[in-house]
Design a protein around this ligand. Structure first.
Ligand SMILES: [Zn+2]
Length: 344
């Protein structure tokens, strides 16, 4: 059992510098060999052109264009980057995924079209974008982005949402995280009610501040398809699926799969589903299987083993705060190994 003090030192060291040794003396190659049977499937969200101002990254899921470009080059140099469906199919067949990697983007942000696609095109690498079909082509943000955009930009210093006070004058990110945590635990009706209350109180967000949250329309999607992207299903409205009543699950699983299939002319059996927020249970998993889709992605922050569950495959989450060393640690599976032992 590791003592709390040792764990704290390990955590601080990891967070401040990653393990810089990894990048030296062939550490990456050495560590990679330990889990060579597994494939990293990377999970991105927005890719933001910050022009060096990292303050423009509004949340931890976003990465800046320069980091993204370095990560993609690194992947290309060390892996065979393939379509996600190839990895899922191989896992279904219990075939090797050694040496493979795949790139995925959740939610379908316009910034992926604007900033990530040109880089992937330059290296001729494929990627998969998971679409929230109810929001494609609408000038609307996803519910969690509405929450963030409004709380981040409101002039209020205090806000009461559903009888709970949140202070926005100090660490605004802390308040945003607290609201988000609460909204993820309540039932969907309460969540919608609280989001409406929050937006009403916080007031309008200037269009300029909604930029990082904008989503692609079908026109951008069609254009990306021509450049080697493919598209998966990320529900109709991005709810936590474990909170959706069984009789309504088809609205968030079957219906959006049909939309993607019809709009893009891809057979349902070739589509991959992606659980919003990695949230699933047996009911949800079985519903996805019943549609006949190829497989489904969870989050888990782990590299994908060849004997994984094709309907709950793990991915490595790439966040704003990853240093280069931390990125390397994540894609060889060291981060998840450490996380099981140390609270990093
Ligand atoms: Zn999502």
């Amino acid at each position: 059992m590791i003592s709390e003090r040792v764990a704290e030192i390990a955590k601080q060291t990891y967070r401040s510098a990653g393990l810089p040794l990894l990048g030296m003396l062939g550490g990456f190659g050495l560590l990679r060999r330990i889990r060579r049977d597994s494939a990293p499937v990377l999970m991105y969200h927005g890719v933001i052109d910050t022009h060096g101002d990292r303050g423009l990254l509004t949340n931890v899921t976003q990465v800046d264009t320069e980091s993204f470009a370095w990560q993609i080059r690194f992947l290309r140099d060390h892996y065979e980057v393939v379509e996600l469906s190839k990895i899922v199919q191989r896992i279904r067949n219990r075939e090797s995924v050694s040496g493979l990697a795949a790139i995925t983007f959740d939610d379908g942000y316009l910034s992926v079209f604007e900033n990530a696609a040109p880089i992937l095109r330059e290296y001729a690498l494929p990627a998969t974008v998971f679409l929230i079909t109810g929001l494609v082509g609408k000038q609307e943000m996803a519910w969690y982005d509405k929450v963030e955009a409004h709380l981040r930009n409101t002039s209020l210093l205090d806000i009461t949402i559903g009888d709970v006070d949140y202070h926005l004058d100090g660490e605004r990110d802390t308040a945003i995280r607290a609201v988000m945590r609460r909204l993820k635990t309540v039932d969907l009706e309460s969540r919608d009610r609280l989001v409406v209350e929050l937006i009403g109180k916080a007031g309008e967000v200037e269009p300029a501040f909604t930029k990082p949250y904008r989503l692609m329309g079908w026109m951008e999607i069609e254009r990306l398809r021509k450049h080697g992207f493919d598209f998966g299903v990320h529900s109709h409205s991005h709810p936590h699926l474990t909170k959706v009543p069984t009789q309504n699950l088809h609205l968030e699983i079957d219906a959006p799969a049909q939309v993607v299939s019809d709009r893009l002319g891809v057979a349902i059996k070739n589509l991959v589903f992606c659980y919003p927020d990695g949230d699933w249970d047996d009911r949800v998993r079985e519903r996805v299987m019943a549609t006949g889709m190829l497989g489904a992605m969870a989050v888990k922050n782990e590299i994908t083993p060849p004997d994984g569950d094709p309907f709950a495959l793990p991915r490595v989450s790439v966040s704003r705060d990853l240093t280069r060393a931390m990125f390397m640690e994540a894609i060889v599976g060291l981060t998840s190994w450490l996380k099981k032992r140390i609270p990093i």
